[in-house]
Design a binder for this molecule. Structure first.
Ligand code: SAM
Length: 272
């Protein structure tokens, strides 16, 4: 894309190459998101409203604002504006099939044999507005129920405070329910009433097992071999070590990742 295809906006000086390079480097450093040159139009589109809101007239002036230590919240605002939050419930059906039909049965067998605790922790890294961690929560609660002695814990993180607020509320428009299997919808979701009738909310059983915190993934923490396997299974996901589980065993890693993870963990632990 040439600079000719980067939109110009009335009242804001057109984005210069140097300015784009500054934002590019800053966003990469802050959030690990690399905006290639073809993303110049996206940057312009995403930042122009904020530049106007602040009464500024150029991207350079906005960049100065972002760096200004008097406005630390502007860094978060910038990252919030840049992130893309495309998501829906059970977004990658084959991954959930794998989780439910391969990973969880294996964990149940191991637990019955006494070789692992009846505890599963999953991590949704880049959880957006919550559809992914709540989908994982539904699969885990259904496959490894508390009534059989299991404890389920889903940690959900994202760099964007805006989507985390929405995820914590756990309320979605009813049309988001179309990807949720009927039995899960009935068991785990509450339907709104009155003014809320076009909404649904995660029920208490599900809300209890999912917790959120802001976290910026800067680099993958899995060994390269595990990353490759994880990528084959979860091409659009960042699968890395959850910071709150760093001192624990491989059982603390995401359940969804455990099938591809177990053999490589053994190999890399042996090397340590
Ligand atoms: C396209 S959404 C995917 C949501 C969900 N994982 C799914 O597949 O349905 C990507 C999410 O990752 C978040 N994200 C991007 N870079 C991140 C980083 N470096 N650290 C944490 N979250 C990040 C974005 O804010 C966004 O909400």
């Amino acid at each position: 894309m040439t600079s000719a295809s980067v939109p110009t906006l009335p009242g804001i000086r057109p984005l210069r190459e140097r300015e784009f390079a500054d934002f590019q480097a800053f966003i990469y450093k802050e959030a690990g998101i690399f905006l290639s040159k073809v993303k110049q139009a996206l940057l312009v589109g995403r930042l122009s409203r904020r530049i106007r809101e602040l009464g500024l007239d150029s991207f350079a002036a906005y960049y100065e604002r972002v760096l200004d230590p008097r406005y630390p919240e502007e860094r978060i605002e910038l990252i919030n504006s840049i992130c893309t939050h495309e998501t829906h419930f059970f977004r990658e059906p084959r991954q959930f099939e794998y989780l439910e039909h391969v990973v969880l049965p294996r964990l149940r067998v191991e637990a019955e044999a006494g070789t692992r605790p009846k505890r599963i922790r999953a991590w949704s890294a880049g959880c957006s507005s919550g559809e992914e961690p709540f989908s994982i929560g539904m699969s885990l609660l259904a496959g490894c129920p508390a009534s059989a002695g299991w404890t389920v814990d889903v940690v959900a993180t994202d760099v964007s405070t805006r989507v985390l607020d929405r995820a914590r509320a756990a309320v979605w428009s009813l049309d988001r329910s179309k990807h949720i299997p009927g039995d899960y919808l009935k068991r785990f979701m509450l339907r709104g009433q009155g003014e809320q009738q076009d909404k649904m909310k995660a029920g208490p059983e599900l809300r209890d097992v999912v917790r959120f915190c802001r976290n910026v993934e800067r680099r993958p923490a899995l060994p390269r071999s595990a990353r490759r396997r994880a990528h084959n299974l979860f091409p659009r996901r960042a699968l890395t070590r959850a910071p709150c589980t760093h001192s624990e065993t491989k059982n603390s890693w995401t359940a969804a990742c455990s099938a591809c993870w177990s053999s490589t963990t053994r190999r890399s632990s042996a090397r340590r």
